[in-house]
Design a protein around this ligand. Structure first.
Ligand code: AR6
Length: 176
């Protein structure tokens, strides 16, 4: 599914974000920036050791924050490591909103034109996918309606079920 938000294309695809050819891809990271399992593990193994080495130099960031490294062997040029909340730690919705917003802001600050995001926190961190779709889509649409240099924002969802949750939610958002 694909819609326009002012001058930016907002697209939903089902697939593997490590294969996305956008300039940046977002990793679902932890605050210590240690690439563990799930998507982070796929980025580590496909992208090569350089990404973890750059993360180690940065050292970490706050929950809701986002930092940038290069993307090693991935098709993308950059990985933006966004730290989502772990379910149960408190203030999860606000933290997920911030992780989304800080990823988009960082992309803009770096002059990045296209970015792919996953459903942050909905794997190992246990955040419900429906609530994630509401927060991430609303935050992104609101952001793109103000000022952005981004041409394209893609939500790359892993599996049909996650894709359908985001698709239904995006349909609702644009009918508002
Ligand atoms: N492409 C797109 N989405 C993916 C991919 C992929 N290749 N692989 C998984 N997903 P998770 P979290 C989806 O667990 O919940 C790690 O140990 C997955 O289906 O990767 O934020 C980190 O180091 C789910 O919908 O991230 C952190 O410690 C979503 O991506 C911690 O897990 C996020 O799942 C982060 O947990």
């Amino acid at each position: 599914m694909r819609v326009n938000i002012d001058d930016c294309v907002l697209e939903l695809v089902e697939g593997d974000i490590t294969e996305m050819p956008t300039e940046a891809v977002v990793n679902a990271a932890n605050a210590r920036l240690i690439l563990g399992g799930g998507l982070a593990g796929a980025i580590r193994s496909k992208g090569g050791p350089q990404i973890q080495q750059e993360c180690n130099k940065i050292g970490g960031t706050f929950v809701g924050g986002a930092v940038k490294t290069t993307a090693g062997n991935l098709k993308a040029k950059y990985v933006i490591h966004a730290v989502g909340p772990q379910m149960g730690e408190g203030d999860e919705d606000e933290k997920l909103k911030n992780a989304t917003l800080n990823s988009l802001k960082l992309a803009d600050k770096e002059g990045i034109k296209s970015i792919s995001l996953p459903a942050i926190s909905t794997g190992v961190f246990g955040f419900p996918i429906q609530r994630c779709s509401e927060i991430m889509l609303r935050t992104t649409i609101d952001y793109l309606k103000v000022q952005t240099g981004l041409d394209k924002v893609v939500f790359c969802l892993f599996g049909r079920e996650s894709y359908e949750v985001f698709e239904n939610q995006l349909k609702q958002e644009i009918s508002k």
